[in-house]
Design a protein around this ligand. Structure first.
Ligand SMILES: [Zn+2]
Length: 249
């Protein structure tokens, strides 16, 4: 995959950075990123990943755009109400780089279709807002050793974690949150959410993804951010030896 003349112009400002020589940029462009959930976190994550040069994307969301989404789901406008989130997002992202290859899947992920949609991903971003999808995606990515960025926001608080999912070293979402069923947590539709909170979470998701591909280092860090205080904590996380997804050797 070569960088076209048009892309050289679009990305000229970060190709100047020593971290982004043409070879590394070319490697980044070959990564296949799957984003599940194109809401408050998925929208900015997708936008900034495309703006960083990510070129092959799969966008999965079964929802249609509603007016209540517009305070945080920045790829959509009032003119998009009632349209598919995945298809509308694709159109907007093509506005940044028309050469992106974007697949859209306007359905929700479930245990029957997850393999079909996630199997060939270089990395999966879970930006869904329900525990059932989160543990399903986590289990799948552990089984297939696919790196996973998991994120969530409620109110002013977000957490973002990249799980390497190496076959030789277990550490997953259920190691940290060992709930089997939907925990009784506050949700955005009941307690509210500020657009800048999901926005910053989406940006951190995008940055962790880029760091992962550029630096190829193990992360094992949960980033927690409160946008009201602007306090960011990076917590070192460890494998839970009682995790139900820990593969028996
Ligand atoms: Zn685990």
């Amino acid at each position: 995959m070569n960088i076209s003349e048009q892309e050289l112009q679009i990305f000229s400002r970060h190709l100047i950075l020593k971290e982004f020589n043409e070879k590394l940029f070319n490697d980044l462009q070959k990564k296949k990123i799957t984003i599940v959930g194109l809401g408050g976190i998925g929208c900015p994550a997708a936008q900034y990943l495309v703006a960083a040069g990510i070129k092959i994307l799969k966008l999965i969301d079964g929802d249609l755009i509603q007016k209540t989404n517009l305070n945080r789901q920045i790829l959509y406008s009032v003119y998009d109400i009632g349209k598919s989130k995945a298809k509308t997002a694709k159109k907007k992202l093509h506005g940044t780089n028309p050469e992106c290859k974007i697949d859209t899947i306007s359905t929700h992920i479930d245990s029957k279709n997850i393999n079909k949609y996630l199997y060939n991903s270089s990395l999966v971003i879970d930006a869904t807002d329900n525990w059932k999808s989160m543990i399903l995606i986590n289990q799948y990515c552990v089984d297939k050793s696919i790196p996973l960025v998991s994120s969530s926001t409620v109110g002013f608080d977000s957490q973002i974690t990249l799980f390497n999912n190496l076959s030789t070293e277990h550490l997953c979402l259920q190691c940290i949150f060992p709930n089997k069923k939907e925990p009784n947590l506050a949700r955005c539709d009941s307690i509210g959410v500020l657009g800048t909170a999901t926005g910053m979470a989406g940006l951190i998701v995008a940055q962790k993804t880029i760091n992962f591909f550029l630096e190829k280092k193990l992360d094992n860090i949960m980033t927690m951010i409160n946008v009201k205080t602007l306090k960011i904590d990076n917590l070192k996380i460890k494998k839970n030896v009682k995790c139900q997804y820990l593969k028996k050797k």
